[in-house]
Design a protein around this ligand. Sequence first.
Ligand SMILES: Nc1nc2c(c(=O)[nH]1)N[C@H]1C(S)=C(S)[C@@H](COP(=O)(O)OP(=O)(O)OC[C@H]3O[C@@H](n4cnc5c(=O)[nH]c(N)nc54)[C@H](O)[C@@H]3O)O[C@H]1N2
Ligand SMILES: Nc1nc2c(c(=O)[nH]1)N[C@H]1C(S)=C(S)[C@@H](COP(=O)(O)OP(=O)(O)OC[C@H]3O[C@@H](n4cnc5c(=O)[nH]c(N)nc54)[C@H](O)[C@@H]3O)O[C@H]1N2
Ligand code: SF4
Ligand SMILES: [Mo]
Length: 881
Amino acid sequence: MTAADPHQGGPVRSTCPYCGVGCGVLLRPDGAGGLGVEGDPDHPANRGRLCSKGLALAETIGLDDRLLAPRVDGHDTDWDTALPHVADRFRETIAEHGPDSVAFYVSGQMLTEDYYVANKLMKGFIGSANIDTNSRLCMASTVAGHKRAFGTDTVPGTYDDLDQADLIVLTGSNLAWCHPVLHQRILAARKRRGTKIVVIDPRRTATCDAADLHLALAPGSDVALFNGLLAAIHDQGAVDRDYARHVDGLDAALAAAGSDRPEHLTGLPAAELQRFYDLWIRTDKVVTVFSQGVNQSSSGTDKVNAILNGHLATGRIGRPGMGPFSVTGQPNAMGGREVGGLANQLACHLDIENPDHRRAVREFWGAPAIAATPGLKAVDMFRAVGRGEIKALWIIHSNPAVTMPDADAVRAAIAGCDFVAVSDVTANTDTARLAHVLLPAAAWGEKDGTVTNSDRTISRQRAALPPPGQARPDWQIIAGVARRMGWRDAFDYTAPVEIFREYAGLSRISGLMGRDFDISGLATLRDIDYAAMAPVRWPVTAQRQGGRFFADGRFFTETGRANMLPVRHRAPAANPDRRHPYRLNTGRLRDQWHTMTRSAKSPRLSAHRPEPFCEIHPEDATALGIAPAGLVELSSPHGRAILRALITTDVGKGELFAPMHWTGETAPSARIDALVAPATDPVSGQPESKAAVVAARPYAATWYAFAVSAAPMTPDAPYWSRARTRSGWRAELAGTEAPADWEAQARALFGLPDAAVQAVTDPARGHHRFAFHDGDRLLAALFVAPEPVLAGRDYLATVPGTDAPEAITGRAPADRPDPGPVVCSCFDVGINTILAAIETQGLHSVDQIGAALQAGTNCGSCRPELATLIARATAPAEAAE
Ligand SMILES: Nc1nc2c(c(=O)[nH]1)N[C@H]1C(S)=C(S)[C@@H](COP(=O)(O)OP(=O)(O)OC[C@H]3O[C@@H](n4cnc5c(=O)[nH]c(N)nc54)[C@H](O)[C@@H]3O)O[C@H]1N2
Ligand SMILES: Nc1nc2c(c(=O)[nH]1)N[C@H]1C(S)=C(S)[C@@H](COP(=O)(O)OP(=O)(O)OC[C@H]3O[C@@H](n4cnc5c(=O)[nH]c(N)nc54)[C@H](O)[C@@H]3O)O[C@H]1N2
Ligand code: SF4
Ligand SMILES: [Mo]
């Protein structure tokens, strides 16, 4: 069932399924279920480069936890049972309660063809707009900001602008970790032309290591900062009067900007702000890259428009090396915006509120109905589920029980819904566990279609492996349900190329109605053209292909002019108070992807940060009595969490940061969205995922434990987290009540009722160590202490399956020092190894580390961290000079 490969006999050309950079990959199936993965040198996004996640893809395709058959009410079945069952439940619900009593929650990780079919079914055939996507949590503020300013959701520039800029401003973006290949591309350009880099982020991140200036603004104060810029542009006479003919609202925007006091609201010294403003104003070629620090805010849309205002006022848009640049998160976040995955738009950038657009889409589809009003946005959708108003829900390619704000309430809402279908590749997710019907989806590597990346480049994903068991591509599952709901002809697709052609055909109408999104040039692709399709940037029409928008001053508004919006600073929805004195920021780690269902299968990726944590400023930690490596308990009006404390000045006083990745499967007390309030931006409906308010205190554990095991463990403790290792698993545990019989506890944890044990226990001091063996093979080991366990963790993680007679000591033997947590995941180099080499070999640069240890010489994702290690190791000496 693998795709016809255009390069016969050669590798299959596909696209990485993680971030919106959209890197091309070359896949070489080994014939035994495995895959060789390397960067595609011909893909315009990455030119052969991959980051740590892309390079570890082969470690994530194992079938061990895959969902292999449709499952109805807990029983495996076949498609001929499952599809009619889902169709009947939706049809009955609609017949009894109307089309708005059902909903789909979909994802920016679906392929365009999957997405198109889901949207068509809901908006045109069911006749409701209750289809929303996790892009609501991700791109909605950018979409709304673009539409307010440009009339359409248009990204004006391309990646080439990053190579050609003289100043790159990264705001609310940890590009080094979240779009690593773009980050590397910027660093390469900087080497050539000396590009200046400014990072705007309340937190010090890996991205700051390469920055000329880091503005650690007060959380949520971006509007004030960019209003200050606009005022300075005006004061310094830098408004482009010529371009201003193409722009409405300049005066009102200036008036609004002038009334915000940036130095007061951002908490930044006036001199630092001035330095940034001066640099911006005197550099013609400026690109402002923005991401979730901007979007995920109750003033996210205003933040976007504040950024766009500066570029519109100076005419720095749509020309080489300049423009606002929203980087997309998911591999097809952009494609989802194009096909109309959001509840408030139609396909191909057509508007649901526009009767002409509605009529055109309906006619094109030959649809019995067309949604006339916007549907429920994600937060409202799950609220309606909780109230029992949505009675049938289909969740596709997302894990909202973990990633929605107020996640415990969302989990409860899904659990209480009359009918829930979930399409996923595994049954082991917090959301899938709540489903009545589970539908096994074909995973990345097994399916065909297209995705659009951050710079509008459409790339093919191609299958290199057969789908296992009964797994099917998402478009096929959705079309199968649609046909069984009675719409046979409209969903009679036999291959993704048919869907793509239809979609490209619809975009012709969009183009004719004056919209930006037009790929009609692809509407007549033959099957073999689609099979061989090379990356192509939209628009693709008879007249034009790719390129930039707006340098000509023509916009997609009714007037044809752009809008500058008058925006004013607004504080985040909730502010710290006596009961909840801390501001909780959340986000991503370099080597994990969202809820870890794929990335955590890779031992390499899991070694970077094997445990959830909370960054806290040293003064706050001292005031709270939180010790290094202790546990911290966070609580908000919505939920609580227990995390490992990571004491660092990377976060400001009163501010905390925790990653979003852990779940009921990997660390049930670290579901961070349980704490996040469902506050949303009034325009975009995007939740404020980065500015919850919480209380913090030490978690009063009386025992702590560290465990390694060759086989999976089933931890049972108030705090636990687990991660894969090359030799099996590792886990951290803690609790307030110590079990009476530690050996019995260990045997239960490891599922080893009878294995031979070596034990060293000191009950009076609360210290226990157990090593379980099968002959001379270590099976598992547990280390317990009344304080955070001191053990050679990263060494111990390697020993299950070996003889390791010394494992019981919990320490690495002298000839095999503990490497420490992995920094370079390509070559598996730990922090201790690097620090030792810096010291003993007197290394002074990232390149020297590369020469000595290989670290950082492959994908480059760890180079920012290596730079930090060098800086920290050499700082004291420099300070003493
Ligand atoms: N490794 C990895 N890469 C990913 C993903 C992943 O899961 N893992 N996910 C992908 C997806 S879907 C997305 S959307 C992108 C997200 O990519 P990014 O947006 O770069 O990532 P985040 O870590 O969510 O947040 C970015 C930064 O916003 C900062 N921030 C918080 N509040 C504010 C504020 O008020 N103002 C400003 N200016 N900054 C603030 C945070 O401190 C954080 O460093 O990453 C994509 N890439
Ligand atoms: N606190 C906080 N919360 C956040 C964010 C944050 O920064 N902070 N970021 C938000 C953002 S930007 C995003 S994008 C969301 C992401 O949140 P989600 O989309 O909920 O997270 P994922 O883990 O990517 O979920 C994808 C699911 O699809 C499944 N899957 C994988 N491949 C396939 C396939 O081919 N077909 C199907 N049907 N399923 C598949 C995976 O196993 C997984 O269960 O989280 C949001 N939530
Ligand atoms: S930067 Fe990394 S995660 Fe993003 S598409 Fe490229 S290889 Fe994949
Ligand atoms: Mo995202």
